[in-house]
Every structure is written in C-alpha cells, then in structure tokens.
Ligand binder design. Structure first.
Ligand SMILES: [Fe+2]
Length: 359
C-alpha cells in the first residue's frame, strides 16, 4: 500500500482504503479497481491523494491507529457543529451545542481508549476525504496528534480529554469567517488576515457559556495561535504565559496543516514538515514538543518514495523504531527490486522524498 497523487492513478489500480464524499457517504470501497469514471469523480470532489495497492508497494502495510468509523464520527460531529451556525436561534443553539459537545467528548474518550490500546504504533493521516472537507478533517487530526503527544508526555487521562476537546474545537470560530476568506486560494491580504485572526475569539465566545466544556479546553481555543516569542495572537503572550497544553495544540495545528491537502495548498512530506517546525520557528515553538512529535509520527511513513545518497530510488517498507531516519527500504535496481535495511548498510542515506517515480 502507498499514497499516490490522483494524477498518477490509472484505471485498473486498486484502492487500499475506503474513500468518502462530502456527505460522508462511502464513495469507493477498499479493494475497488478504479475506472476512469471513478477517477474523474474523485478529482471532481478534490480528492488529491489516494492509498493504492500496486506492484512496488506490495506487502507494505499501514495499519490505522484509529478505526476509520470512529474518525468519521468525529468528523461528522465537527461538520454538524460548523453548520449549526446559521440554522438555529441562539437560545436553542446553546442547548444543541451542549449536546454536541457531550457527544464529542464521548467520541474523544473512545479515541483515547484506542490510543491506550495501541500505544507503540505510529500515526499517519488516513486520507478518507477530499480537500473540501479539510476543516473538519484537520480538527480531528489535530485532536489525535495532540492527545498522542500528551499521552507520551505523561498527561493523565482526564486532562487528555480536556486537551482533545480544546484541540478539536480550536478552529470552530472559523465557521464565522466569511468563506471567501476562509477558503481563499493564495495568500491572504493583511486586512483579510485580520479577519481570519478573529477566529480564536469567535470560537471562545461561541462556547464560553457551555457548562460541558472545561476552562482548560476554552483556554486552548483562545490561545492556540500565541507564540513563545510574543509574536502570536490574540494577546501576544510569551514564554510561560502560554500553558503547556496550548503549546501542544499549536504545534499539532501547524504540523497537520503542512502535511495535509488544503484548498489552497498541497501536502508536504513529514520530513520537510518537521524541518519547517524546527528551523522556521525556533523561538516561537516549544522544541521539546517537536521532539515528542517525532515519537508519534514516522518521518518516512511506509510507502514513501525516496532518493538515496547514491541516486538509487526506493520505497520505505517499514521503519526502525530506534532510528527514524534509517528505515528498511525496497530499492529499485536494474537487476530488480531488493530490500535493504539502512541500519545494516550504514553507507546509504536518504537524500530526499520524491513525489513519484520518473516515467
Ligand atoms: Fe486556528
């Protein structure tokens, strides 16, 4: 199994994971052989990457840490919360929101149970939906990543739920940002960015009176764009003024955005995302939390195509737990494919991730 760009998908190729449409209905079952019609359909709903089974990725396994059905429940709940915005009056909406928040906490509790059960597995994004579902999918990804890091840091279960609730609801205020700004392709103008920045206060205000949401979760919603050097918003807090749980969500939010297909951007590989977190913002983000990030995701997820220091190309088969940059690779040579353990062949290095094999 490997993740490939939709432009590389040819009729006959078999999908390795189910794909859902924007109503969250099953569009393509796992193991379906794609036809040209289906490929066009996937493109039309802005599915940019799909997991497929092909010859070079034979035997490569990516086991999901969180069951798809649970993730889809969380995404559905987030979509409903976003859509509540205009549809009901404010008194009724408060009650409905309380109910939604309660349901959301139950789902997060179930997800945390799955995380406790599969502690040693690494997390990878599941790509179940198209880019138009980005905001809901992103909220759930940020929640899962935050809880995973919190668990690694030894945070107790009760606080993990509060962390997860704050993480999944961090951007809920974006439901009040005009869609032409929220989904703009390209860079925001300074005045548009000022509107976008308001999402933290919108979100906080929308949920501040709900008894079902803890003060800790509300604090995460309000402060998740603060930076350690004081350059963030809305308060320009710095250093110790920014609580640990907020810092976790800030990093997971940025990481998840970089490695996802968004309406205005294509995904970037995990190794580059980590590099961006480390080098672009050394004074802004908590470096310890970035180190924890490396414990929960693979720098080179199985199925990633890479170029080696010798120019040879290969695909990641599985990772070595003790050395995340030295996985077991299947390399492509003139005499055929061959599996090589980079922990045993110390003369070979991964030079870079490549998006596809040359034709
Ligand atoms: Fe945000």
């Amino acid at each position: 199994m490997r993740l490939i760009h939709i432009s590389e998908v040819n009729p006959g190729l078999k999908v390795a994971k189910p794909i859902y449409d924007s109503k969250l209905s099953l569009l393509v079952q796992k193991d379906t052989s794609l036809t040209s019609q289906l490929i066009e359909k996937l493109k039309s709903i802005d599915i940019r990457h799909v997991y497929v089974e092909d010859e070079i990725s034979e035997g490569i396994i990516l086991e999901p840490m969180i069951a798809d059905v649970l993730k889809l429940q969380a995404i559905t709940m987030m979509k409903q919360l976003y859509e509540l915005q205009d549809s009901i009056s404010s008194e009724k909406s408060k009650q409905v929101r309380e109910d939604h928040i309660r349901s959301l906490r139950r789902i997060i509790d179930d997800i945390i149970t799955e995380i406790y059960d599969q502690y040693d597995k690494k997390y990878y994004s599941t790509e179940l939906l198209g880019a138009e579902m980005y905001h809901y999918d992103h909220a759930v990804e940020v929640m899962i990543l935050s809880v995973l890091i919190g668990k690694k840091m030894g945070i107790d279960r009760e606080r993990l739920i509060k962390l997860g609730m704050g993480a999944i609801l961090a951007d809920i205020g974006k439901s009040k940002v005009p869609p032409e700004i929220l989904n703009k392709k390209g860079k925001l103008e300074p005045e548009e960015f000022e509107v976008m920045k308001k999402h933290v206060e919108y979100g906080y205000d929308m949920l501040k009176e709900l008894v079902e949401l803890s003060p800790l979760s509300r604090q995460i919603i309000l402060l998740h764009h603060e930076k350690l050097d004081g350059s963030g918003y809305p308060n320009g807090f710095n250093g110790d003024q920014i609580p640990l749980l907020v810092r976790i969500v800030t990093i997971c939010d940025i990481f998840s955005a970089i490695v996802s297909d968004r309406t205005y951007n294509n995904r970037i590989s995990v190794d580059v995302a980590i590099e961006i977190l480390r080098t672009a913002a050394p004074l802004k983000l908590d470096g310890d939390i970035i180190n924890y990030m490396l414990q929960i995701v693979d720098i080179y997820p199985p199925g990633t195509l890479v170029e080696l220091s010798t120019g040879i190309l290969g695909i990641v088969v599985t990772n070595n737990a003790s050395a995340p940059t030295r996985p077991i690779l299947r390399i492509f040579t003139e005499s055929g494919n061959e599996d090589v353990d980079l922990m045993k062949d110390l003369t070979l290095f991964i030079k870079k991730v490549i998006p596809k094999l040359p034709q």
